[in-house]
Design a protein around this ligand. Structure first.
Ligand code: DAH
Length: 338
């Protein structure tokens, strides 16, 4: 080791210490040069093998290297600590209270949809989907709705400039499924619907329905009633019954409206059921053979039942929500209760 080599070594050591960006890298540089088995002690140990003429110079340079490097390491250490201190652990105040991040919860409408899907899945149904922007054909014509039916009126339906419309019901999903699939069919279809309703405590221009459709050989109205009863009891409680009232829908024949017995009073009559003992849910019926003709199913061979229900309505009954608008205001104090 001669004087020139030592000068080079010093420069390399100082450059490495200056380039260290964290405490661990800096410590590694220190150990490499100044540690017990580092370069500087090694040079010191070897001094006696160096020719006497060079020995003094080399010894002096090695000492310089040692002192300068040690100073630089100390200075860098402080610098690194200070810059880490502004963001790192040194600035952490353990006595500060933690930051509360509120737990989210699922929207009641989502909860009703998910529970309904779960119940019908367990009965062998799968979930189907259709577009919010529908053709008049799927929303009305294919569902055997006459051209002069009041629901087609522009007062009730949002029509788009393209001639399409925002679906007023999830029933068009029935048509889309049957167009694509041969029987047997067993689907439920949850989704958004739109009507030109003026908003009040029980109406909203944008709401949700869940559609059901079961087509096979020998499907009967008794099955419709049995399956809806099973669903009602799973959703509302084991004591709940259902009843059918005659009604009319163009796409079912015969058609019914169905009610659940009041889950609050058990049918005796209370405020929730307006003292009738029953809560109106929605419509259902046996698929009209004309609909089967339209989608190309043989009405002599197949029968089916269909039903629809309003999700908001069920959520309001289930959770005792008095006004449909509360479901859309997104007030977290309201939503976090469910
Ligand atoms: N789509 C109907 C409505 O919005 C509800 C309905 C009635 C659906 C009878 C059905 C059904 O599938 O069979 O009022």
């Amino acid at each position: 080791m001669n004087a020139q080599e030592l000068t080079d070594l010093k420069q390399a050591a100082l450059a490495e210490a200056a380039a260290a960006t964290d405490a661990a890298a800096l410590e590694a540089v220190r150990i490499k040069y100044l540690g017990r088995n580092g370069r500087v002690p090694e040079i010191m140990d070897n001094l006696r093998n160096i020719p006497a003429a060079d020995r003094r110079d080399v010894g002096r340079l090695a000492n310089e290297l040692k002192n300068e490097l040690q100073n630089l390491v100390n200075a860098r250490k402080q610098e690194l600590q200070q810059s880490a201190g502004s963001t790192g652990p040194a600035a952490f105040d353990y006595t500060l209270p933690g930051r509360w991040r509120g737990l989210g919860s699922r929207h009641p409408v989502t909860q009703v949809i998910e529970r309904t899907i779960g119940i019908f899945r367990s009965m062998g149904f799968t979930v189907a989907d259709g577009p919010d922007i529908e053709t008049e054909y799927h929303n009305f014509d294919a569902l055997n709705t006459p051209a002069d039916h009041p629901s087609r009126d522009t007062q009730d339906t949002f029509y788009l400039k393209t001639g399409q419309l925002l679906r007023t019901q999830t029933s068009p999903v029935q048509i889309r499924v049957m167009e694509k699939q041969k029987p047997p069919v067993r689907i439920i279809a949850p989704g958004r619907c739109y009507r030109r309703d003026t908003t009040d405590a029980t109406h909203s221009a944008n709401f949700h329905q869940i559609e059901g459709l079961y087509v096979d050989r020998h499907v009967s109205m008794a099955e419709l009633k049995g399956d809806l009863t099973h669903f009602a009891r799973q959703l509302m409680g084991p004591g709940v019954n259902i009843r059918f009232r005659p009604h009319f829908f163009p796409f079912t024949e015969p058609s019914v409206e169905y009610d659940f017995s009041c889950h609050v009073c058990g049918g005796k009559g209370c405020r929730v059921c307006k003292f009738s003992g029953w809560i109106e849910i929605s419509g259902a019926g046996m698929v009209n053979p004309k609909v089967f003709d339209i989608v190309g199913y043989d009405p002599e061979e197949f029968t089916g039942y269909a039903f629809g229900m309003g999700v908001e309505r069920i959520a309001m009954i289930l959770y005792g929500i008095p006004d449909i608008r509360m479901l859309y205001e997104n007030d977290v104090r309201f939503l976090e209760q469910f």
